[in-house]
Design a protein around this ligand. Sequence first.
Ligand code: CTP
Length: 406
Amino acid sequence: MKDLAGKHIVLALSGGIACYKSAELCRLLIKAGATVQVVMSAAAEQFMTPVTMQALSQRPVFGSQWDERAPNNMAHINLTRQADACLIAPASADVIAKLAHGLADDLLSLMCLARPVIKVPLLIAPAMNREMWQHPATQRNLTQVALDGAHVLGVGSGDQACGETGDGRMLEPVEILDEVISFFQPKVLRGQHVLVTAGPTFEAIDPVRGITNLSSGKMGFAIARAAREAGADVTLVAGPVSLPTPRGVLRVNVKSALNMFESVMDKTPKATIFIATSAVADWRPESTSERKIKKDGSGLPPSLHFVENPDILAAVAQSERGKSRALYCVGFAAESHDLLANAQAKRLRKGVPLLVGNIGPDTFGQDDNALLLVDEAGARELSRDSKLSLARKLIADIAQRIRAGV
Ligand code: CTP
């Protein structure tokens, strides 16, 4: 099932060079399963032709409140009545000012004012020069539209079309898409602080070598994203992987199991949910050589001694025991065989209420997975699906357990 299947989005473009990004955004929304109705202000049509947006959205574009195509001649009413959301991208300083004051002198502003406020949420992706962005009038207007119920997305920072550098760029199309998808997810973890570990750890032998494992981090990153979509504050302690950070998630990069342990212990006091997905290396070399270990000509490998790494999940679960506040701990089990028995035993060993089993070799590096949720009462399977879909199901399950107090 596509993320925006069944959603009808009114995509409104106001004037700005960022209009060129809205063509791509329109495609992405449609690819994600939405139907898109484009509305353009007169200024937007200076930057992008309605022909392009019509071809991409497969629907005639609306630009004027006097458009005679609608039998009732009321485009400003009709356009939002079937919509699930109205997204203004780019939202110029001018259109934000109009919204803040309830002005309605063109189709775009008129349509926003005439929309059913509760039923049709308004998402705003601002785009403007950095001075315009910083101007107190713009910031005041943004505060006002947010108070009036609009969902104001952030802006990017960097080189601007005018040659200046700073805040005010419109978010990239894929970032806006993620924001829209996230907006529609149920906010079952609002108010929660979720701490997630993800990826492998790397245990250095010398400056150029080390031991690690095949974990890609994808499941943990998907869980961090799903928790964020569900409204939680999310901190992701990530081992060495090059995956992009999910939007809105605070990422802390670590290398070794000891680094991960320290970082997790530092973040635990603020967390209300801890989800340990990382494939932490069980052992590390007792000492790390400061220089590259060279072959000595004997034909014999160097002798390496290993020591066990701390068990991060077990240590967190243990340290929370008996405390008045509740930290809900969830473990993962990467197994190669006997999933149910191993996961049950691991749940007890780690002292956590919920342990999620998966077959490591079947999922490492892949985009899909199958999960087995093991708790005190038994086991429940989440059948093979994309990691993001499974992550959303797992988050919904955890939220439900927390609500039910189990
Ligand atoms: N874990 C951890 N710290 C470790 C080892 C594991 O926090 N040093 C966590 C993992 O993130 C996962 C759970 O414990 O949530 C189980 O990890 P797994 O690698 O499956 O099991 P191990 O505890 O390492 O046991 P074994 O290797 O014997 O299966």
